[in-house]
Design a protein around this ligand. Structure first.
Ligand code: 8YV
Length: 327
């Protein structure tokens, strides 16, 4: 019997591609290459499975163009690039890579809180530019982190990890808002208190966005929400770019209605709004919150294991839908 054909659509660790090649007939993108969406779909057209990342959209149109497709393994925990309803309706299994990135991503979320509050990148740029000629009492004086109020919007596994870092590591008061309130035992473990959205915006000294991006969450932080925040507050986004209205954020940062922001994700990534690039009080990183070598390897292996388990008939290990088999 011939092996299922799998497309590896983003460069990934060679050892993981090699492992996949032991189970499938593989077509893998070359390192350094990037396919347009059209090219991706053209290559997917005769495949049974795919290993994809956030940059690849799989929607009804793609599914219709790929009649053999049975399984899409997303190498990320967020899967807003997949139209899960369309996949389910078509009988295509989808999976993501939860858990293995939780702590690493929480570390980075907290690093961005620190970087924005303590103006680290602004200060480093100043030093490198040779502008440090004397010491001043107010040079890059930023906002306090320890003992301040940490607000978290989206209290899944990563949000809980950030809460624990804030509460136990920095003595912060942690408040959160989530679609559903967490169990009291989880709240106690995170030392976090549930509040409604207006209280979260008004009281947070540092607000971290870590909720999934859905239609309802589009621009969940816009001009109106920014206006409710403290002018001394910072905003950190490690969720998805579309959670924040970037135009409104730029206006708020320029007008001094917000002290600083740190963004790892962007509305049009990898393009970044030029208005953000001009601002000194925003830290910008290229979607690297989960990027440590061990974590990215664990994500790649889990994405591969999902494909292997599915095509061996055991079912995906970390599925995001439960489709009937594609006919
Ligand atoms: C991924 C992420 O690296 O897991 C997620 O949801 O945002 C990152 O960890 C990125 O999406 C590439 O697939």
């Amino acid at each position: 019997m011939s092996q299922p054909r799998v497309l590896v659509a983003s460069p990934v660790f060679p050892e993981v591609v090699q492992r996949l090649a032991g189970h499938f007939e593989i077509e893998a993108i070359a390192d350094g290459e990037a396919w347009s969406q059209e090219e991706f779909v053209r290559r997917l057209a005769d495949k049974d499975g795919a290993l994809v990342m956030g940059g690849h959209r799989v929607d009804a149109g793609v599914i219709a163009a790929c009649p053999r497709l049975r399984m899409v393994s997303n190498m990320s925990v967020g899967y807003n690039n997949l139209d899960v309803d369309a996949l389910t309706a078509a009988g295509v299994q989808a999976s993501n890579t939860p858990d293995v990135l939780t702590e690493t991503t929480a570390d980075f979320g907290f690093a961005l809180v620190m970087a924005a509050a303590r103006r680290m990148l602004e200060a480093e740029k100043f030093l490198r530019a040779g502008q440090w000629t004397r010491w001043r009492y107010d040079m890059f004086a930023g906002c306090e982190v320890h003992g301040s109020t940490l607000g978290i919007l989206g209290m899944g596994r990563i949000g809980q990890g950030i809460a624990q870092r804030g509460a136990y590591g920095f003595g912060m008061e942690v408040i959160y808002h989530n679609r559903t309130r967490l169990d009291a035992t989880i709240e106690a473990a995170c030392q976090a208190r549930y509040v409604e959205m207006p209280a979260l915006l008004a009281r947070a000294d540092h607000l971290v966005l870590v909720l999934p991006y859905t239609r309802e969450a589009h621009h969940i932080i816009g001009a109106a929400e920014l206006a409710c925040m403290k002018p001394t507050a910072t905003l950190v986004n490690i969720g998805r770019g579309g959670l924040v209205d970037e135009t409104a954020l730029i206006a708020a940062l320029k007008a001094g209605k917000l002290a600083a922001a740190a963004l790892d994700v962007f509305e049009g990534e990898p393009q970044v709004n030029p208005g953000l690039l001009e601002l000194p009080n925003v830290v910008l990183t290229p979607h690297i919150a989960s990027a440590t070598v061990p974590t990215r390897l664990a994500m790649a292996n889990l994405a591969a294991d999902n494909l292997i388990a599915f095509f061996e008939g055991h079912g995906a290990l970390t599925p995001v839908n439960t489709p009937a088999a594609r006919s």
